[in-house]
Design a protein around this ligand. Sequence first.
Ligand code: NI
Length: 208
Amino acid sequence: MRRTDWLFLLLLVVTVAGVAGALYFSETETERGRRLEATGPGNGATAGTALVGGAFNLVDQDGNAVTENDLTGRWTLIYFGYTFCPDVCPVTLTNMATAIEALGTAGNRVVPMFMTVDPKRDTVESLKEYSVHFHPRTRFLTGSEEEIDRAMKAFRVYRAIRAEEGNENYLVDHTSILYLMGPDGKFVTSFSHATSAAEMTDRLRRLL
Ligand code: NI
């Protein structure tokens, strides 16, 4: 083998290892979620951008209709989760709020959004109660099972309800991802739930 061949081989091995590592460590709440995550875009992914986003018809915590048209003309940070989530969802919503506040006036151009993956329990009323804990401009969305299904498909979000007979406190495995959509309503980049508020602020400041 010539020296250039060896270099090429080395580069190939490093690249494959990097991709494998990125897939393995792409964060979700559970092992199952991690497997689901591997099929969607990970933290900072920009590939396949045209595949993220699409039509949806939901309602926010104040009963206002929200569709994909509400994503245009402003930046949107959209996160998918459920209010019964014990840790990851509230932490991510808090990080999102902290980052938007840290951006100062630029932060005013970002609409924080949360879409439930558990519409059965996350009604308009329960989202209204939940919303008081987070950024006051956050729009919390829910809808019928069919509409949530359609929205999850559009955003390549997956969930698995771990329901047990007679237990209302079930957990939901879900893709734990935060998408940044541009003023044209199109996907720009993504953050994982493990992205710190400081890193999120930093990356957003460079993008807005
Ligand atoms: Ni969660």
